[in-house]
Design a protein around this ligand. Structure first.
Ligand code: 5GP
Length: 225
């Protein structure tokens, strides 16, 4: 029987300019696959209509956020569009204990910090197919004023330059295709020797099986001569 090796799921970072649709991808992955979990960030931003505390964000005051920083509770944090956002360290720890992929929907500054602090994390830059696409998503969302939409588009110009430093780029031209691309990346990542739970042990296991087979059958000419 051929079996896959047991492996260690690693945190998955999805970063992208605002309006690219990475949050939709993140939530779709969590809804469809049992071993993906959304990393709920802390933020000082006020909730938008329909957003729920503890499921979209932990909405906290600036004081509470600063307390989290000083207590070392955040593995990364950044100021984005005038608000503070950060990833609680415990999100990564809990996911690792449970053997789950923590999905971090964060900005490029946060991704850079994760790169330095969580070397096993897989960094995916979600790429917009066009500027029109960004504009449409940001305005249709109806949650930001036009000035804010413009600000986010200008920020996107700079953020796109960061894409080259990521492990992978996924163009979100179509939600289903984007999800499939992320799944393919996760699948490929899980085949890296360093991600196997006990690769040296697996090598040893096959080597002793080889020893047993050789001792049992002797070294025969495979051509049967
Ligand atoms: P929004 O206010 O639209 O929900 O998010 C604004 C930006 O902040 C998005 O790019 C989002 O991915 C990012 N963001 C959300 N949570 C975090 C976080 O924990 N850390 C960082 N660095 N960025 C975050």
């Amino acid at each position: 029987m051929i079996t896959g090796l047991p492996f260690r799921p690693s945190p998955l970072v999805l970063a992208a300019p605002s309006g690219t649709g990475k949050t939709t991808i993140a939530h779709a992955l969590v809804a469809r696959f049992h071993n993906f979990v959304f990393s709920v960030s802390a933020t000082t931003r006020t909730p938008r209509e329909g957003e729920r505390h503890a499921s979209d964000y932990d909405f906290v005051s600036r004081d509470e956020f600063e307390h989290m920083i000083s207590e070392g509770e955040l593995v990364e944090w950044a100021e984005v569009h005038g608000n503070l956002y950060g990833t609680p360290r415990s999100n990564l720890e809990t996911a690792a204990e449970r053997g789950e992929y923590a999905i971090l929907d964060i900005d490029v500054q946060g991704a850079r910090q994760i790169r330095g602090r969580v070397p096993e994390a897989v960094l995916i830059f979600v790429f917009p197919p066009s500027a029109d696409h960004l504009w449409t998503r940001l305005t249709q969302r109806g949650t930001e004023k036009l000035d804010e939409v413009r600000r986010r588009l200008v920020a996107a110009r700079a953020e796109l330059e960061e894409a080259v430093h990521f492990d992978y780029i996924v163009v979100n031209d179509d939600l289903e295709r984007a999800i499939a691309r992320v799944r393919t990346i996760v699948e490929a990542e899980s085949h890296k020797p360093g991600r196997a739970l006990d690769f040296p042990g697996e090598v040893e296991r096959i080597r002793s099986e080889i020893d047993r087979v050789v001792a049992r059958d002797g070294v025969r000419d495979p051509a049967g001569g």
